[in-house]
Design a protein around this ligand. Sequence first.
Ligand code: F3S
Length: 756
Amino acid sequence: MAFDIDMIKKVYANIPGRVDKARELVGRPLTLAEKILYSHLWDGMPEKVYARGRDYVDFAPDRVACQDATAQMALLQFMHAGKPTVAVPTTVHCDHLIQAKVGAEADLKRANQTSNEVFDFLESVSNKYGIGFWKPGAGIIHQVVLENYAFPGGMMIGTDSHTVNAGGLGMVAIGVGGADAVDVMAGMAWELKFPKLIGVRLTGKLSGWTAPKDVILKVADILTVKGGTGAIIEYFGEGATSMSCTGKGTICNMGAEVGATTSTFGYDDSMDRYLRATGRADVADEARKIAPYLTADPEAYANPEAYFDQLIEIDLSTLEPHLNGPFTPDLATPISKMREAARENDWPLRVEYGLIGSCTNSSYEDISRAASLAKQVADKKLKTKANFTITPGSEQVRYTIERDGFIDTFNHIGATVFANACGPCIGMWDRYGDNASTGPRNTIVHSFNRNFAKRADGNPNTLAFVGSPELVTAIAIAGRLDFNPITDTLINEDGEEVKLDEPRGYELPPEGFAVEDAGYVAPKEDGSSVEVKVAPDSERLQLLDPFEPIRPESLLGMRLLIKAYGKCTTDHISMAGPWLRFRGHLDNIANNTLIGAVNAFNKKTNFVKNQLTGEYGGVPDTQRAYKKAGIRTLVVGDHNYGEGSSREHAAMQPRHLGVAAVLVKSFARIHETNLKKQGMLALTFAREEDYDLIREDDTFNFLDIDSFAPDRPLTIEVVHSDGSKDTIMANHSYNDTQIQWFREGSALNLIKKENA
Ligand code: F3S
């Protein structure tokens, strides 16, 4: 499983020279985020200083990590790149497809039955292409990455939004869509808008009931769920260095909840200790050698107003434990104000469940501190009022906490230990069977990161509050949302008033980490003979065929598939929910294509006119009819078409069904790029008002596609059913390479051709 120390040495060999040059270029001291960004530029040092929040820049990440739900389509695509192995170290982690129900052993067994074909596929592709594979039960992607692969000063991308967790070890780690991961795995550059920088100065020191989680809950309160958008949050100050490395991971993890590109901390002793405790003394030794390059220049932290776009200050000595929620992670309530807030908002006070763990909060420190509270239940003759569950983040953590007696302690308060997987954090918690959507109004508290409606248990009436593992444990013991362990007492079995002592724990296991089978499967040295396992009749997986280039002559006589009205996000184009199980089967998931988009002509969803028959039907069926007739189609849309997630399915599905072009008032940038990568035409109205010219029975002729070139609009002739015509000019943002993608049928086709 070992991290690649040679790769890290290579990265570290480059960092000092590149950072020195960047400092010269920028002409001032640098923040840590800038050092990592400038030392990971794809083309080496640029001629000019990049404008934060404006310039798109190509980067060369050091690693890629994928989780099982998103890895399926990413790997199916990668198989088309024609590469014998991945270009950068990559790992796949099976964590999202394991449902929590009874307990770790039985749940894992069931997952291995229900999703075995997906796991087998991921394992065989990993084996073939040199990808490290972490089998179901090995742990949650971000905890496993922190324990094994993250390193100070590195840059990684991962196909999950909480990839940002690795910032706890001083990385710039960013969550991306599968298409971006494929680019990097295939040896291409990865593009990102040069982020803005938010500095968070932490003064004072955490103590008592306050935990690192409370720092990010407070930051969420200040920034709200959108406040970090397009920015890297960099934490510094005495409060940062006094905190554990895993605590830093928790803070970075939930940076996703304020929309931040990522979050990070400068290299310090806590990271050194964590690297050594997790068997990576050689990485720590290497990091020490270039330590000043793995944190900001001192001036940047001494005078942060001059170096960051925004500065936040938090005094850890006065920070109170918080509970954030319900339904949004930025609705912060200090625990001392919860009684009042719950009364005002009519939140049910009785707590049904306390759930700790997940990728956000399952470090040894978290668990040991929570266990110190669980232990007091017996010691003080208390009874735990709420149900209690633990989701360890990795087998290494689970094994170690079991060895050290913490699982026993939790068992004494009636806890259920779920598998080392996402489980209740992602709605994979079978709390209600088939009745989740009509579940009763109730309150739960957890130490996860997200608490949107239905996120944990599928019940829209569950109010979920996010807190530190220690606060969640205390509240589960008390069974009341408004229990403030700092001031309140509980009545024990003898009728005495008792108070919980402050949580105590260990930053790292005093006896060291241990594990018997971490769950890692190394790929073959030479995987060329490995056969990738996909059953031909599988409904969840389908090998991809390369997309055929869209022939210029097929862009004459095109039909309108749908003129989308108003908001059309990637969810409208490719819905999630029950469709998630088809993420690895393009033809099956294509049956949800654009079913959420509103038809501008009748304001209905999934109800469009089939121009061949005159009848109305669902979008996918109508499109399949055009495809069968060999007719290409056009999708028309409004502003910010394709906003939302970066999922490449929203581009691949229309492409698979035969849509050739998407013409809109404006695009969400990632979706626009995804369309280009799949060899489609992503176009914008030169005159927005031309959107109104499009009628339901129109046909379209692309008049000058043969001279498709950068900075040159395309001319589209719109032929109306009464014979009248309009000419529309369509702008585009294709560069020469992207036009090649179109001509070859897709970006992957081009890579494959270049590798041939
Ligand atoms: Fe999994 Fe929840 Fe983390 S879904 S990756 S445990 S955010």
